[in-house]
Design a protein around this ligand. Structure first.
Ligand code: TXA
Ligand code: MG
Length: 349
C-alpha cells in the first residue's frame, strides 16, 4: 500500500484533507495524525477489525489496550459505564489536553480495542488537527503512539513514515509535536485514582484538583521487575539500537564521569553518543554530543527526547551515555521514558 502524506497548516486546516482522512477511517483504514503529545496511529475505535489492523501495523502485542480519542467531552458518557465525580473534575481541569482517564467500559467498545480488558482509556486531545480528524472519523478514534512497537514514540510525520510507511493509508503532517511525551494516564475506575503513566500533567497538578492520588509503583521503581498496571508499560520501549546508560549525580561529577567513560569506550574502539543539555553540551571532549535543549526550559527537554533517541539510530554509535533529567517538574515523566530506553542501566557518581 502507498502511504499518502498530507501536510496541514494549523492556521488554515484544509477540511477536504480532513474529510478524506475521516473517510479512510470509516472504511476501516488507518491514518496517523498529530496530537500535542506524540503522533497517534488512528483507527475506528468501534470497529474491531480496525484495532486488529493497528496491532498488525505496529507489530504490537494485542493484549496491549488502545486509547480511545474523542473530540467532545460529552462523548465520554457514550463509552464509559461510569464517570466518577473525581474524573469529571479532572476532565474540567485538563480536557482537552494531555490526560488519559481509564473508566469501566460500555459494550459499545469492542474487546479488541481494549485488549480484552473491561476498562477503556479515553483522551480528548487539544491539538486542532486531531480534533477535526476525530470529528470527521465519527468521534471515536483508537490510537496508540504511531511508532513500530518497541521504538521511541514519534514526534514528527517523518518519524511516523520511518516506522509505518507502506503499512497505513495516510499520515497527516502537522509538524513537530509540542509536548513530545505521551499523556499522563490516571485510572479512575477503582476506589482510589492511580497514576499509571506520568506525563506533563504531574501528580501535583492532579492532587491540586482531586486530592491524594497513588502512583503505580512500576512507574517509580528503580528496577524493571515490578509489573505495571498499564499493560503496555511492561514492554521494552523507546530503546535505541546502541546500549544506553544514564549517569546520575551532581553536574560536575556527571560531566567528568561521562568524559571518562567515553574515553575508555573509545579506547576500546567503540563509537560513543552523549545525551546532554545546552548548559553542559560544551563540556564533553569526545563523542557525538546531542543536546535535548536547555534545562532552564524543561519543555524543550521533553519535546526533543524521542527525536534524539531516534536520531542515534541514524548514526553508528555503539553506546550512549546520558545525563539524568529528574530535577525538572516533569522530571518523573522524562526519567520514566529514559529509564525504559536504557533498560534501567544507571551509573551513580
Ligand atoms: O499521548 C498519548 O497518550 C498518545 C497519543 C497518540 O494520544 N497515545 C499513546 O498510546 O501513548 P499508547 O498505546 O502508545 O500507550 C497507551 C498506554 C499503554 O501503556 C496501554 O497499555 C495503556 O495506555 N492503556 C490503555 N488502555 C488501558 C486500560 N484500559 N487499562 C490500563 N492501561 C491502559
Ligand atoms: Mg506507545
Amino acid at each position: 500500500m502507498e502511504t499518502q502524506i498530507r501536510k496541514l497548516d494549523y492556521e488554515a486546516i484544509d477540511m477536504n484533507t480532513i474529510e478524506e482522512a475521516g473517510r479512510v477511517l470509516k472504511e476501516g483504514g488507518l491514518v496517523a495524525f498529530p496530537t500535542e503529545t506524540v503522533y497517534g496511529l488512528g483507527g475506528d475505535a468501534l470497529n474491531p477489525a480496525s484495532s486488529e489492523k493497528i496491532y498488525a501495523a505496529k507489530g504490537r502485542p494485542s493484549d496491549n489496550p488502545l486509547i480511545v480519542h474523542i473530540a467532545e467531552k460529552a462523548d465520554v458518557y457514550r463509552i464509559a459505564e461510569e464517570v466518577p465525580e473525581q474524573a469529571e473534575r479532572l476532565m474540567e481541569a485538563f480536557w482537552p489536553g494531555p490526560l488519559t482517564l481509564i473508566f469501566s467500559k460500555k459494550d459499545l467498545v469492542p474487546d479488541k480495542t481494549t485488549g480484552g480488558l473491561s476498562t477503556v482509556a479515553v483522551r480528548m486531545p487539544s491539538d486542532k488537527i486531531a480534533a477535526a480528524f476525530i470529528r470527521a472519523s465519527g468521534g471515536f478514534v483508537a490510537a496508540p503512539s504511531a511508532n513500530a512497537s518497541g521504538r521511541p514514540s514519534t514526534t514528527t510525520a517523518a518519524h511516523v513514515a520511518e516506522d509505518l510507511n507502506g503499512r497505513i493509508e495516510m499520515i497527516l503532517d502537522g509538524g513537530q509535536a509540542v509536548i513530545g511525551l505521551e499523556s499522563t494516564i490516571v485510572d479512575v475506575s477503582g476506589d482510589l485514582p492511580v497514576i499509571l503513566r506520568p506525563g506533563v500533567i504531574t501528580g501535583t497538578m492532579i492532587e491540586a484538583v482531586i486530592g491524594p492520588v497513588e502512583t503505580d509503583r512500576a512507574v517509580i521503581a528503580p528496577d524493571s521487575h515490578v509489573r505495571p498496571k498499564a499493560p503496555g508499560m511492561k514492554y521494552r520501549h523507546y530503546a535505541p539500537r546502541a546500549s544506553l546508560t544514564i549517569v546520575e549525580g551532581e553536574t560536575a561529577a556527571v560531566v567528568a564521569a561521562v568524559n571518562e567513560l567515553t574515553a575508555k569506550a573509545e579506547a576500546e574502539g567503540k563509537r560513543v553518543g552523549i545525551i546532554a543539555a545546552d548548559e553542559t553540551a560544551g563540556c564533553y571532549e569526545k563523542g557525538l554530543v546531542r543536546s535535548l535543549g536547555a534545562r532552564s526550559r524543561e519543555e524543550e527537554i521533553s519535546r526533543h527526547l524521542f527525536e534524539v533517541l531516534r536520531g542515534f539510530d541514524e548514526t553508528d554509535v555503539d553506546c550512549i551515555y546520558s545525563e539524568s533529567f529528574g530535577d525538572a517538574a516533569i522530571g518523573q515523566a522524562i526519567m520514566n521514558r529514559l529509564l525504559k530506553a536504557a533498560g534501567h542501566r544507571v551509573v551513580r557518581v
